[in-house]
Design a protein around this ligand. Structure first.
Ligand SMILES: Nc1ncnc2c1ncn2[C@@H]1O[C@H](COP(=O)(O)OP(=O)(O)OP(=O)(O)O)[C@@H](O)[C@H]1O
Ligand SMILES: [Mg+2]
Length: 154
């Protein structure tokens, strides 16, 4: 397994080469470490094929930030709000058919506030996301190991 690049000097907006995890527990532990970097207002755009582990990563981040007993309230079916300091918004744009609808639902207002915003299938509405964001890409699905790459905000 390659070491995460956290200890090395990093260019702004540089993309890590990817770290490979053979189990869900390993990926979750990595997510917990990543979560420590996050501050209110940060946006994390997560991509990867169906079943690659995007939601698994989000849950591990929320657990790391808020503990195991988070309060969770579904704002919409695709949008979960986790109360806490800072609050976390988990938005899944997989089924988004109409981007105008998202604007009407106030998606843009999720950004730029005090919450950490984690977005799955973000490319379905990429123009709505702020340019300053982390991008996490997960490769692999099924029984295969997962490779996670992170692009830092510029
Ligand atoms: N190394 C691994 N890392 C993460 N998840 C793994 C790993 N190996 C197997 N899994 C399994 O892969 C599945 C990932 O599901 P998850 O819902 O997180 O994917 P997703 O990317 O959110 O999918 P979707 O695109 O449908 O939203 C889980 O069932 C998990 O147990
Ligand atoms: Mg998911």
């Amino acid at each position: 397994m390659r070491r995460p690049q956290g200890a090395e000097p990093r260019d702004a907006a540089a993309k890590s080469r990817g770290v490979t995890f053979s189990t869900e527990d390993q990926l979750s532990a990595f997510a917990a470490t990543f979560a420590r970097r996050l501050r209110g207002g940060d946006v994390v755009a997560i991509s990867g094929p169906l079943g690659s582990g995007k939601t698994t990563l989000v849950r591990a981040i929320v657990r790391a930030l808020h503990g195991a007993d988070q309060t969770y309230s579904p704002t919409f079916t695709f949008w979960h709000h986790y109360e806490g300091q800072p609050p976390v918004e988990h938005i899944d744009l997989f089924r988004i058919a109409d981007r105008r609808e998202l604007a009407e639902l106030g998606l843009e207002e999720a950004f730029g506030g005090e919450a950490i915003v984690l977005v799955e299938w973000w490319r379905n509405a990429s123009e709505l996301l702020p340019a300053r964001r982390y991008e996490i890409e997960i490769d692999g699905a099924g029984d295969s190991p997962r490779t996670v790459s992170i692009r830092e905000p510029a």
